[in-house]
Structure formats: C-alpha cells, structure tokens
Ligand binder design. Sequence first.
Ligand code: AMP
Length: 325
Amino acid sequence: MRIVLLGAPGSGKGTQAKLLVEKYKIPQMSTGDLLRSEVAAGTELGKRAKAAMDAGQLVSDEVVLGMIQARLSKPDAKSGFILDGFPRNIPQAQSLDAMLARLGLPLQLALLVDVDTDVLLKRLTGRRNCGSCGAIYNIYFSAPKTTNKCDKCGSTLTHRSDDNEQTVGNRLKVYQQQTAPLVNYYKAQGKLRTVRGVGAVSVIFKNVTDIIESQIRPLADVMGKIESAAARQAAKEKAAAVAKAAAAKAEAKAAAKEKAAAAKAAAKEKVKAAAALKIKPVAKKALARKAAPKAKARKVSKPAAKVKSKAKSKIKTKAKAKKVK
Ligand code: AMP
C-alpha cells in the first residue's frame, strides 16, 4: 500500500505511521527523520537544512526531493510505503506524483490526521523523545513515570530543538500557508480521507486501519488478481517460447545431421571416382588381355574367309563360262 500521511506538526501522524509499519510491514519514509539524521551526521546536506529547520521554515524542495527520490528508489519501496511529512507543498506533491508515475507506483491514499490548533500547540511544546528506543512522550498528555526518563529503556529524554514555542508557531503558520492546500489537491484526485487525530492512540489507529482496509485493500486485491493473471499469462508465454526454441533446436540438429550424411556420401563418391581413375590403366590392360584371344580367333578365321572368297570367285567364273556357252 502506498500512503501519504497529511497533518499539521504534532497531529500524531508520525505515531500512526510507526503503528502502520508494525502492522503492514512496509517502510515509513519521514523527511523530518531523514533530515534530522543528516543534521546529526554533520553532512553537507544536514548543514544546509539545519538553519531552515531551526527557524521552523521548510527546507528547499531541491534538497527534500533528492532525498525522497533516493529513498523511494530503494527496493523495499516496491512493497509499499508510508510517506510522513512529505509532501509539504503543492510543487512537492506534483514532483511526487511524477516520480511515482515513473516508478509505476502511484499513490493510493492521502490520509489527513485532523487536530485542532490549541491541541497541536500543547502536543508540540510538551513533546519529549527517547533517542535510544524511539518512544515519544508528552508532558501534558502522556508524561513518563520519571521526569525526563524513558519508561521503556531508562534513557534521558530529549526535547526537539524545533519544539520550542517560537519555532512551533512558525511551523504551524507554514503548515497553514503551504501544506494545508494539499488537502484540496488530493481531494481533487479522489484520494483524500480524513481521520480525527484526538483521543486514544489505539482508537485513532483503529479508525486509520478501517479506512485503509476499506479504501486500499479492495484495490490491492483487484490489483493482486490482475497481477497474478498477468504472471500466469507471462509464465504460459515463457513456456511456449521455451518449447518453440527446443523444437527449432531439434530441427536444426536434424538438418545438420542430414547435411553431414550428404557430405559424407558425396565424399565417398569422390573417393570412389578417384579410385576408379587410378584403376583405369590396369583395367585397360586386363581388357586387352581378355580381348587378345578374340583377336587370334579373328586372325585364324582370316584364311577361312579367303577360302570363302576363292570359292565365291570360282562360282562366278563358272557362271561366266556358262553364259559364254
Ligand atoms: P517534521 O519532523 O516532519 O515536523 O519536520 C521537521 C522539519 O524538517 C520541518 O519543520 C522542516 O524544516 C523540515 N522538513 C521536513 N519535511 C520537509 C519537507 N517535506 N519539505 C521541507 N522541509 C521539510
């Protein structure tokens, strides 16, 4: 499933994103978290982003888009993603749509976690984080048992540098001016759903998952059926191609065998002809020898022929003498 979580800073969309990751085993992609780790690592990007973050302003689109593009290109994004804190303005949303179209992973749902501004102020200024295990507390609504200590791992809690009152004021203003217009952007696409972000986290989460199950699951099922039909067809086509290739190979093999046999026969004929040429003089002599007694016989018969012709001339002479008489 591919979701954008929308909501003002402090709406609790980060908490809901973490619960969704656990339930559906798909990655959360939070530009705020990515930027904070760049700042903590002291990278060039982090240094460029820090001033804007500390002032409660948006970091440049160029920086954020580069970061999110790299994140969405990782193989785990194929199984789905929960975008948290991105997009933050219309140009980012348009770039995201283009990016996802290129990746063939269009967005399925934009879920707005809706919270009133006075609650947001308390949530942000009262928020405390555990840097070790990631647990989140609020000194007004869900305070740790021991002040500033994590209930889960005992680490000291931190107060985000941009959770002070002035920065929080700026962040909420920026949200109203730049991010809130995304509600209409996704409404126009028919992808917007809203959940009230006030009350117990588990109840909010139940509402979130109800929306997901009713909006995305049926779509995912249909997509799954289409994909498996396409996979079956592809497998069928592959098997046919393999069979065709095997038949062509067998045919080529048979033709080659036939050709080789013909060549072998021709060579045999050639050898025979050559052998015949070599044998010829010997054969002539043999014929001559065979013919020799016949010649003798003819020689022997010559005198007989002479006798015959002499007898003939005698008869002729006798006939002439008769005529004279
Ligand atoms: P967040 O944790 O989402 O409230 O983000 C903390 C700060 O990071 C914001 O106040 C911005 O300065 C910056 N930031 C986070 N996401 C974005 C974004 N998509 N575009 C611009 N700046 C951002």
